[in-house]
Design a protein around this ligand. Sequence first.
Ligand SMILES: [Zn+2]
Length: 201
Amino acid sequence: EQALQHGIACHLAGGTHHAHYDHPAGFCIFNDLAVISRYLLEAGRVHRVLIFDCDVHQGDGTARILHDTPEAITVSLHCEQNFPARKAQSDWDIPLPRGMGDADYLKVVHDALNYLLPLYQPDLVLYDAGVDVHKDDALGYLQLTDAGVAARDEAVLRHCLGRDIPVVGLIGGGYSKDRHALARRHGILHHSAQRVLDYPQ
Ligand SMILES: [Zn+2]
């Protein structure tokens, strides 16, 4: 609702994309992405939602719950060789090779958004900004730096706002025993959003 009103809203949690319709999985109990999509569609607040899931793991729960909801487009960029072993079928799955770094990853993000946003022209984008793509993450196999994560977040937000599409940021996954380092990493989303608002193109 805040994103629809203001153009952008970032949650300090959420992005629990492994939760299924009737069972939890992968540290996720409740699939907020699917529930937000269904709720806003059924309330008539939006006609089409696009879920851009950049968590390093596939958004399998979201894909399965929304499989028969054509107005909710599920897009998952994920490391191919990672949890879940048995992948679901999103509308768009973009599997990435292990060890991918900033430059190659950012090109995929730009190409995907340049293709998908004009194609679907969604009324809202739900952006799962998982930081388990980070090189120091305990469960990811990609190699993004802090700067790479910030560039990704900023790119997704600018792609949406540049086309007047409201966007919701959710923090998604991120795993480290060092809670302060992890909190800082998740905070990149909110600092990126602040930059986008302070310096619109
Ligand atoms: Zn994850």
